[in-house]
Design a protein. Structure first.
Length: 316
């Protein structure tokens, strides 16, 4: 009987220190799960260190190792999508290269799918273990906001680390948008998912490539991709200000007819003008963000460009 195959996608950006350790951990798991064939697909997202050189060496000594090297840095979302498009396994896992997604969890995830009838097994850290206080606070706030304004539910503390059946992977690939927010896409396509709580371990090496600003932009991307609530909010606020302005006109006319037309009140008027102008500019910015996403989608630029794969290196 032919063995099933698990393909593991590992997006990498400047991970020269952690790659050998992750590869070693993956080998341990593959030996323990000898009843399964494995495929490791590393996505080099335009790294500036020795990540690509390490991947070349690993691919030469181990035929299970594959890699795709981008022509420049396209971002983790593009890396995950490239991996999903190019893997060949019956099951597909996505995990980070810093060992904060422990490979040994694959055994539990595979059992959940194979024996318990799930289509996907994913990890989450609802207590945000390992986050600093500032990141934990803003993450909680973001999940609360996203849960209220989006029709797509997202589990608090959800990680990208998950194991999926091929049919779920095929559904994700069909979603071709350029501006991708994979956590939302995973939820949008549905399928029966088992969530496994765990405490996020510390990085084994290197530093995180996501700073606060990048995480903030990523969160905004998720809201725009899966909710039109900001547009509805801008329309509602605009309507409220129109009603307030109409009531103010009636009040001023009435007051002028009864008490005359005094000149005082210009400082408050200036404040009101500045406030209303700020609100208008804010919601113009919100609308502009939606339009900019449409602009990028219409251009239909590739999500990634491949510079090199393990096939090129092996042919040499």
């Amino acid at each position: 009987m032919k063995k099933e195959k698990i393909s593991i996608i590992v997006p990498c950006y400047n991970e020269e220190e952690s790659l050998p350790i992750v590869y070693k951990e993956l080998n341990k798991v593959s030996k323990e799960m000898s009843y399964i064939n494995f495929e490791y697909l590393f996505i080099d997202d335009g790294s500036k260190d020795k990540t690509l050189n390490i991947l070349r060496k690993l691919a030469k000594k181990d035929k299970r190792v594959r890699y795709i090297s981008f022509s420049r840095n396209f971002g983790k979302e593009s890396g995950m999508y490239a991996g999903l498009e190019n893997v060949t396994g019956d099951y597909v896992a996505i995990m980070d290269a810093d060992n904060q997604d422990p490979p040994n969890m694959l055994k539990i995830m595979y059992f959940s799918i194979k024996e318990e009838g799930y289509d996907c097994a994913a990890l989450c850290s609802p207590n945000y273990f390992g986050y600093n206080k500032i990141r934990k606070f803003f993450t909680k706030v973001w999940y609360n906001i996203f849960g209220k304004i989006s029709s797509t539910y997202q589990v608090p503390g959800a990680r990208d680390f998950r194991l999926m059946k091929r049919k779920m992977v095929n559904s994700i690939i069909k979603m071709q948008e350029y501006n991708r927010y994979s956590k939302g896409i995973f939820s949008f396509v549905g399928f029966k998912t088992k969530w496994i709580d765990y405490n996020i371990p510390n990085r084994i090496a290197g530093t995180s490539k996501f700073n606060f600003w990048k995480l903030f932009k990523y969160g905004i991307e998720g809201i725009i991709a899966f909710s039109t609530a900001p547009l509805v909010m801008s329309a509602i606020v605009g309507l409220i200000f129109c009603l307030i302005a109409f009531a103010a006109i009636i009040l001023i006319i009435t007051k002028t007819l009864i008490y005359g037309d005094p000149v005082n009140g210009w400082p408050s008027l200036v404040c009101i003008i500045i406030f209303v102008s700020g609100v208008q500019l804010f919601f113009l910015g919100v609308i502009g963000m939606y339009i900019s996403r449409l602009y990028l989608e219409v251009k239909q630029r590739p999500k990634y460009i491949i510079s090199e794969t393990e096939k090129d290196d092996r042919n040499d």
